[in-house]
Design a protein around this ligand. Structure first.
Ligand code: G6P
Length: 593
């Protein structure tokens, strides 16, 4: 059961793994470096670890190299207490010194091991008391699950700044950092609050505060089912998720268009409040940040509101000038990214309203924000995001259009035509997916590449950023995205015979400019793969390979142009024999700074 659950959580990290169970009053622990398969083999599918209660973990190394010793669970010297942790114990160095001075011996380099020894220090027969004492001493963001060998029917848990959910099942109860781990057993979920201590037994759950006051939380029924999180016949989750995009876009779009108007009920702001917004900040990480880069162009173009798009890890330390009339839009698939969550906190402290565009219902960012607009991508398993990225774009289009409408810039024929174009997107994405074989053939030509350059202008630059990230993260080919107009200021020095350039040109007003850039790099020997609007003959002819897009409003072109770039990255990665769904060194949900 624990192995199966961990398999679903492998996207959080997969460089080592481990399990602890209580069997006959003793803790049995097995750990292994490498992917979960290794642990699976070592425990013969879990059969070497029978038990009534247990905990498990897949790791994404923060402190210490990924090996067996540093893998979780960590335990006290007597092996009577075991603990797994997500997050970071920030004051672990000081705690470790203190524990060593008391005679404790550490075997790993991890911050988590301090928790095991601290629990040992404070455990005098009352586990709850020991957990509370430890929580008073540790700092940072974490989620913990703990076993005490002499409490064979209980798993203790607590969260602070990291996710932890409880599953209420028929024949037992569960604790996990994400619902996908427990969906096979139950869809009934409890979300414990921060610093609430959970005592989980097979037949019940007790939750208490740090003052040992009992608290109750309602049970939420999760809408996702297990089949949504399975491969469904595709070779990789990434390919399955790429192919799901027409549905995801439709699901994110259609409930928010009613009678020719955009209705974003979740926004919770009156039209008057919306028109008072003076500036918008878009803050996110990774691919979600790239949707924010696109969002900026669209917001400013349609709603004429100044927008700043920031990487969350930069935003939180640059002391941003925030005003009460600013709206901060955070974008996150997982809803758990630590830097993005910190951005929410900073924005709220400054008195700004925070709107979160999030995929995972009930995630921390969703709960900490003023308003939540959920993308309807369903569970995304592959580390490289595709469908959640597409759903985020749709959410941003809708939001920008809503602002434009309220502020009097979008109505009548223009609004109707944009709505028509939006509604056509799912079908058009389907059409783009039809280029699969063609893109695979092109990918074969790129498989041995050492570097790939992505170029575009405006919105096309935003797509280039995402196309380049997709390629490098799963194929390990070095690639960069450049604003095409900047090439002449340095990058063009890198062009030589056979350099690979992916050029994106979907904005009619900029076709001629991009054509010049293509011609410039071609003159230096570059091979061109272009993605451009149908009928754009000049760019087609100037390119060695070309995929074209059906007609749409240029502001929505990102949704179509990204499809061949995702497929290009996928086929190159698969062709190079890489582990497409689990690229090295990465994790899908990054809950550390
Ligand atoms: C990780 C993932 C990226 C993702 C980023 C932000 O780095 O590998 O694919 O875009 O986190 O994640 P979020 O869940 O906040 O969208």
């Amino acid at each position: 059961m624990i192995l199966e659950g961990l398999e679903r959580l492998e996207y959080r990290g997969y460089d080592s793994a481990g399990i602890a169970v209580i069997d006959d009053g003793a803790l049995r622990i097995t750990k292994a470096g490498g992917k979960l398969e290794v642990l699976n083999g070592l425990t013969r599918g879990g059969t070497t670890l029978p038990g009534f209660a247990g905990i498990g973990h897949t790791r994404w190394a923060t402190h210490g190299v990924p090996n067996e010793v540093n893998a979780h669970p960590h335990y006290n010297t007597a092996k009577t207490i075991a603990v797994v942790q997500n997050g970071i114990i920030e004051n672990y160095v000081a705690l470790r010194k203190r524990l060593i001075s008391k005679g404790y011996q550490f075997v790993s380099e991890t911050d988590t091991e301090t928790v095991a020894h601290l629990l040992d220090l404070y455990y005098k027969g009352n586990p709850l008391e020991a957990v509370i004492k430890v929580l008073q001493h540790i700092e940072g963001s974490y989620a913990l699950s703990i076993l005490f060998a002499d409490q064979p029917d209980v798993v203790y848990g607590v969260r602070k700044g990291c996710p932890l959910i409880l599953g209420i099942g028929e024949d037992g109860n569960f604790m996990a950092s994400d619902v996908t781990a427990i969906l096979k057993h139950t869809r009934r979920v409890i979300y414990p609050g921060e610093m609430e201590i959970v005592e989980l037994k097979a037949d019940g759950v007790r939750i208490v505060t740090m003052d040992e006051e009992e608290v109750t939380h309602g049970i939420t029924e999760v809408a996702w089912d297990i089949s949504a999180a399975e491969k469904g016949g595709y070779k990789h989750y990434m390919l399955k998720e790429i192919m799901e995009q027409p549905r995801v876009v439709r699901d994110t779009l259609s409930p928010r268009i009613r009678d020719g108007r955009i209705v974003i009920e979740e926004l919770g702001m009156s039209d008057e409040e919306l028109s008072r917004v003076r500036r918008v900040f878009m803050v996110a990480c990774g691919s979600a940040y790239h949707t924010g880069v696109t969002g900026r162009y669209i917001f400013e173009n349609l709603a004429r509101i100044p927008v700043e798009t920031d990487l969350a890890s930069e935003f939180i330390y640059r002391d941003p000038l925030l005003d009460r009339d600013d709206l901060v839009v955070v974008i996150s698939q997982s809803g758990e990214t630590k830097d993005t969550l910190d951005a929410v906190k900073i924005a709220r402290e400054a008195g700004c309203k925070v709107l979160a565009i999030v995929n995972v219902v009930g995630s921390t960012i969703a709960r900490e924000s003023d308003f939540v607009m959920y993308t309807q991508a369903g569970p995304e398993i592959s580390v490289a995001t595709t469908k959640a990225y597409s759903a985020q774009l749709i959410a941003l289009y809708l939001l920008a259009m809503k602002f434009a409408e309220v502020r009097g810039f979008l109505h009548g024929r223009k609004l109707r035509s944009m709505l028509d174009d939006l509604m056509k997107l799912p079908e058009q994405i389907e059409l783009m997916l039809g280029n699969r074989d063609k893109v695979q053939r092109i990918a074969n030509r790129f498989i041995a590449a050492r570097d790939v350059f992505f170029i575009g202008r405006g919105i096309d630059y935003a797509i280039s950023l995402e196309g380049s990230l997709k390629l490098k993260e799963i194929s390990y080919i070095h690639s960069e995205a450049y604003a095409a107009g900047e090439l002449k200021h340095g990058t063009i020095a890198l062009m030589e015979e056979g350099s690979l350039v992916a050029a994106v040109s979907t904005q009619p007003a900029l076709h001629a400019k991009l054509l010049s850039n293509i011609v410039e790099v071609k003159a230096r020997g570059a091979v061109i793969f272009s993605v451009t609007t149908m009928g754009n003959r000049e760019i087609e002819e100037a390119s060695d390979f070309c995929v074209t897009l059906p007609e749409t409003n240029p502001l929505f072109a990102n949704s179509l142009a990204i499809i061949p770039l995702q497929m290009l990255a996928y086929y190159i990665s698969d062709g190079r024999g890489c582990d497409v769904d689990k690229p090295r060194n990465l994790a899908k949900s990054v809950t550390v700074e």
